[in-house]
Design a protein around this ligand. Structure first.
Ligand code: ZN
Ligand code: FE
Length: 254
């Protein structure tokens, strides 16, 4: 079984240190920066085997080269981003299996936020690292893809087993919650979540991981096909992707 440590980086990023103790394998998901990762690693394991990047953005790869230099680890990322991921060694495509010690991660290509964005999913561990594609109660901005690609990517994640735990790249939950609740104001799951999110934030604790099941009930970007959502937007006759675009645009200016 994997042990996961959540490390706060930069302003609101999360990097994750993953440990397979049976195989003595240590990895870092999306090292935003060197120092907070190194502080943890040098005290606890004093080694890193792999850095795993979900996408090329600086706030997810900023620690790559320094970590590689100090720990001689291998850098794992998307084949289609081989020119943009600093220090990449292992290049992965959609459907590939990446063996991390005794754990197998399936690579899911999720274009939209960036064209080469990938998620690392383990069926057995019931975990997925979603980077900037799916957040708790939100999703990433559409930078390099189309709205239709981004929606398709979110729907792939949405259809994973409902007890899958989502580990995302940012702590945006509070603002995302405010947005979801503003639009979807009758949703009692959202209402019930306000107190929990506030208490986590006040204690400076992460609001992740969250399960797909929770997100299906609350994350408006996973609910673009729900007739009620179409109705409150006054867009009963619109397609799922039109609803998604409308919500993403509203969220961009929220
Ligand atoms: Zn990003
Ligand atoms: Fe990011």
């Amino acid at each position: 079984m994997l042990k996961i440590n959540t490390i706060s980086c930069l302003q609101d990023n999360y990097s994750y240190i993953i440990e397979d103790s049976t195989a003595n394998t240590i990895g870092i998901i999306d090292p935003s920066e060197f120092q907070p990762i190194d502080n943890f690693i040098k005290k606890k394991f004093n080694k890193i085997d792999y850095v795993l990047n979900t996408h090329h953005h600086f706030d997810h790869t900023g620690g790559n080269l320094e970590l590689k230099k100090k720990y001689n680890c291998k850098i794992v990322g998307s084949k289609s981003d081989e020119k943009r991921i600093p220090g990449i060694d292992i290049k992965l495509q959609d459907g590939d299996i990446f063996k991390f010690g005794s754990v197998e991660f399936k690579i899911i290509l999720v274009p939209g936020h960036t064209s080469g964005h990938i998620c690392f999913h383990s069926d057995k561990e019931k975990i997925i690292f979603t980077g900037d594609t799916l957040f708790s109660l939100g999703c990433g901005r559409v930078f390099e893809g189309t709205y239709s690609q981004m929606l398709k990517s979110l729907n792939v994640i949405k259809n994973l087993p409902v007890d899958t735990n989502i580990y995302c790249g940012h702590e945006y939950t509070k603002k995302n919650l405010n947005f979801c609740y503003k639009v979807d104001f009758n949703n009692h799951y959202l209402k019930e979540k306000i107190e929990w999110v506030d208490s986590k934030i006040n204690k400076k604790e992460p609001t992740v991981p969250i399960t797909i099941k929770e997100e299906l009930n609350t994350n408006i970007f996973l609910r673009c096909d729900v007739p009620y959502i179409k109705k409150i937007l006054g867009m009963e006759n619109s397609s799922e992707v039109e609803i998604f675009k409308k919500l993403r645009d509203l969220r961009d200016s929220f």
